[in-house]
Design a protein around this ligand. Structure first.
Ligand SMILES: CC(C)(COP(=O)(O)OP(=O)(O)OC[C@H]1O[C@@H](n2cnc3c(N)ncnc32)[C@H](O)[C@@H]1OP(=O)(O)O)[C@@H](O)C(=O)NCCC(=O)NCCS
Length: 241
């Protein structure tokens, strides 16, 4: 992560962690070796596809998104249980540039979530590789609180999960949620994620340490859920442009 951006504290991220994918100074030295399986994969590293469903679009962040996302994602109710977010417009714009560099390196992607009928995003979903080739990855997400409880989360999550498992080739997707984060844990549960255990004092916020739940979704879980059909989802109409 960039020196000019907040970084998660050592010992763990929590759900949404801008710049969590690398060290303090992103550069080509952050590059993971390219996994053999990545050869010939759709080239999301050059630019992210636009993912759409009936209710939401997920697309690459652009610099102008900083002004709409900053007030939504810097709100206290959003940041309470997650790693520090860019606090100023300047920092947010640098964060967006960083997401593009990390995507080009094949280590990380960040989707902006835009409800149908709007042009500005109201949240983000991040995926970061935990090993060369992205087979094991971690994700995090945050929406502005006016959009909580609207169904936007599940619709966007299904687009991003389809992309992670179907396009990037993720086999195991992890998430960490502070044990006190009722909505974050509930959101992962309703997607069918499995709670694997508690990571003791893994997340630091304001000089306090908190336990986190480690959640996972396997590619095979997701395929099985897809085959069964998923309720409450706009996935049936999802398409990639
Ligand atoms: C996490 C987040 C993206 C989920 O989006 P959301 O729109 O709030 O999610 P949903 O409304 O679909 O609710 C998810 C679950 O939270 C729980 N929940 C929702 N409203 C609740 C309430 N008022 N009280 C307690 N639990 C509640 C439920 O378990 C719910 O699942 P259900 O609909 O099956 O009952 C959003 O809350 C957010 O951005 N939070 C701040 C950032 C964050 O915590 N990120 C995740 C880190 S792991």
């Amino acid at each position: 992560m960039a020196t000019d951006l907040p970084r998660p504290e050592p010992g763990g991220t929590s759900g949404f962690a801008p710049g969590a994918a690398s060290g303090t100074n992103p550069s080509d030295s952050d590059r993971h070796p390219t996994a053999p399986g990545a050869v010939g994969a759709p080239d999301w590293r050059q630019t992210l596809p636009v993912l759409t469903s009936a209710t939401v679009t997920a697309r690459e962040l652009v610099t102008e998104d900083a002004s709409s996302l900053l007030p939504l994602l810097a709100a206290e109710e959003v940041t309470r249980f997650v790693s520090p977010l860019p606090a100023t417009r300047d920092e947010f714009e640098r964060f967006i540039a960083w997401t593009h560099r990390q995507r080009a390196l094949g280590q990380y992607v960040c989707f902006a979530v835009v409800p149908v009928g709007m042009s500005s995003p109201v949240g983000v979903f991040q995926l970061r590789s935990l090993e060369p080739g992205f087979a094991t990855a971690e994700w995090g997400f945050a929406l502005g609180s006016p959009y909580w409880g609207t169904g936007l989360f599940v619709a966007a999550a299904h687009l991003v999960l389809d992309f992670a498992f179907g396009t990037i080739g993720v086999r195991r997707l992890e998430a960490r949620a502070c044990v006190h984060n009722v909505r974050g844990n509930g959101a992962l549960r309703k997607l069918g994620a499995t709670a694997e255990g508690v990571l003791r004092r893994a997340f630091r916020s304001h000089d306090r340490f908190y336990d986190q739940v480690l959640w996972s979704i396997l590619e095979s879980d997701w395929r099985a859920a897809t085959a069964r059909g998923r309720s409450g989802s706009a996935r049936g109409n999802a398409r990639v442009e």
